[in-house]
Write a protein that binds this ligand. Structure first.
Ligand code: G1P
Ligand code: ZN
Length: 543
């Protein structure tokens, strides 16, 4: 087997976004495109000789081809061993679990998360460090810089490895170890949650429905809920992973998980519903005719953490992304623990968790997790909720309402404007930037602007500064409007508008969020000139 040195030229668009490099499949299929990026990752790893990596993806179209290319490149680049999920499949949290459990030097995850898959769908790749989490910006910037200068990559000339069989294989001097990550992941969950209590809950007639949306969590859900928790047949749907996710959009929210939503809101619906996304790191939690916003979910889990074995000693702190509601801050204040506000993207939580400063983290984008791994974790959140329900013996709705009663309700919504022409979206952001001074102190109906800024974060551990993280318009009563451009889309720009209003009065908490936020929505439209600038009169997705 010989090592080929392949001459190549840089592509100028390989800048990792919020979560790795994401492009349409045909972009990744261009000659050298994937290989250039992989070599740029390898070139950015210090001392890569003899390192061990984890490799796998969410099973979407192009996953298998990409895995064979990466394995041959890893062998040519001097790696000692690569642990691959069977058939190339690893959920994102399972990849993090495996990196940590086997103390590997890092991993490569192939996923475009919740973006649609298939021949013309999206593909993605990201590098995770030895702690198990997404590479910090320092490394992603180095990878991008390298991708702009690259002129050759190394690849072993060899036959494909049979990754559909558990076992060890040689590729040049490197060992390819095909593993079953489902067991490792399920074992970790059993150390955190009271499986006996959840089993009893399900045995006594509490009905759950989990929708794997034909994405990566299917086999994990079958092992955990089916085999280990004896969930009755029919509790799990769409559990066969497909390379196009069945043509669906595996994003667990009220728009894209509509079958699940219909079932929970229908006659005689189950007591509990949940879904995860393409790569298994997101979660949506539903009760009977009740939707839990991800921001509330983080706050409720934090407030109830000591009911769950893995967190019974208490939590050290909480972190949330800036656009996530301040519901968790109120819990942290009550518990006397710190709450950190970070930029959007899980990579900002890693340092805080590694330093032992936070235990739970969350994002409004259906992401919740803890320091058990360094990624957000969809099934973990589902199990956490089931464990809390098993102990409290209350419905999802009762648990959330009693939480609001105690802490007040941070009424919250996100409006996404997808596939907006980039110029128009940038125009909205620029216009808002230019309005900071004019807006400050101005009154709109019942709201007066207190602060306008573009969010900037200084990492308390390494001092790195991340600026330009989203425009905040904060009113004197703490209500907020936030505007941000997505860093994960592959088509035009996605403009996100986040809205939050605080309601302490229990008699006013039972309202529809869109109704309660109507005034803020109108203010956001007015000050951003969104309609005039983008031609859009309503959002693509509301969550
Ligand atoms: C989106 C979410 C963000 C999340 C990321 C990866 O990023 O908003 O919270 O971390 O996906 O799942 P965005 O498209 O907003 O940059
Ligand atoms: Zn995801």
């Amino acid at each position: 087997m010989s090592i080929l040195k392949v001459a190549t030229k840089p592509f100028n668009d390989q800048k990792p976004g919020t979560s790795g490099l994401r492009k349409k499949v045909p972009v990744f299929q261009q000659a050298h495109y994937l290989a250039n990026f992989v070599q740029s990752i390898f070139d950015s790893i210090e001392d890569r000789m003899s390192q061990t990596l984890v490799l796998g993806g969410d099973g979407r179209y192009f996953n298998l081809e990409a895995i064979q290319i990466i394995l041959k490149m890893a062998a040519a680049n001097g790696f000692k061993r690569v642990l691959v999920g069977k058939s190339g499949i690893l959920s994102t949290p399972a990849a993090s679990c495996v990196i940590r459990k086997y103390q590997t030097d890092g991993g490569i995850i192939l996923s475009a998360s919740h973006n649609p898959a298939g021949k013309d769908g999206d593909f993605g790749i990201k590098y995770n460090i030895g702690a198990g989490g997404p590479a910090p910006e320092k490394i992603t910037e180095a990878i991008f810089a390298r991708s702009k200068a690259i002129n050759e990559y190394l690849i072993l000339q060899a036959a494909d490895v049979a990754i559909d069989q558990i076992g060890e294989y040689r590729l040049g001097n490197m060992v390819v170890q095909v593993i079953d990550p489902v067991v490792d992941y399920a074992d970790l969950m059993e150390t955190l949650f009271d499986f006996a209590a959840i089993r009893t809950l399900l045995a006594r007639g509490f009905r759950m429905q989990f929708d794997a949306m034909h994405a990566v969590t299917g086999p994990y859900a079958q092992e955990i809920f089916g085999n280990r928790l004896n969930a009755p047949a029919g509790s799990l749907t769409n559990c066969t992973p497909l390379d196009d996710f069945g043509g669906g959009h595996p994003d667990p929210n009220l728009t894209y998980a509509h079958d699940l939503v219909e079932s929970l809101y229908g006659e005689d619906g189950p007591d509990f519903g949940a879904a995860s996304d393409g790569d298994g790191d997101r979660n949506m939690i539903l009760g009977k005719r009740f939707f839990v916003t991800p921001s509330d979910s983080l706050a409720v889990l934090a407030a109830n953490a000591t009911l769950v074995p893995g967190y019974k000693q208490g939590i050290a702190g909480i972190a949330r992304s800036m656009p996530t509601s301040a519901a968790a801050d109120r819990v942290a204040a009550k518990l006397g623990i710190p709450c950190f506000e970070t930029p959007t993207g899980w990579k900002f939580f890693g340092n805080l968790m590694d330093a032992g400063m936070v235990t739970l983290c969350g994002e409004e984008s259906f992401g919740t997790g803890s320091n058990h791994v360094r990624e957000k974790d969809g099934l973990w959140a589902v199990l956490f909720w089931l464990n809390v329900i098993a102990v409290r013996k209350q419905s999802v709705e009762d648990i959330v309402r009693s939480h609001w009663q105690q802490f007040g309700r941070n009424i919250y919504s996100r409006h996404d404007y997808e596939a907006v022409p980039a110029d128009a979206a940038n125009g909205v952001m620029q216009h808002l930037h230019q309005s900071f001074t004019a807006l400050t102190g101005k009154t709109f109906g019942s709201y007066t602007v207190n602060i306008c800024d573009d969010f900037s974060y200084t990492d308390p551990i390494d001092g790195s500064i991340s600026s330009g993280q989203g425009i905040r318009i904060i009113f004197t009563d703490g209500s907020r409007i936030v505007f941000r451009l997505s860093g994960t889309g592959t088509e035009g720009a996605t403009l996100r508008l986040y809205l939050e209003a605080y309601e302490p009065d229990v008699s006013k908490q039972n309202v529809d969020a869109q109704v309660a936020l109507a005034e803020l929505i109108a203010i956001a439209q007015q000050i951003s000139e969104l309609h005039a600038r983008t031609g859009r009169d309503k959002p693509t997705v509301i969550t």
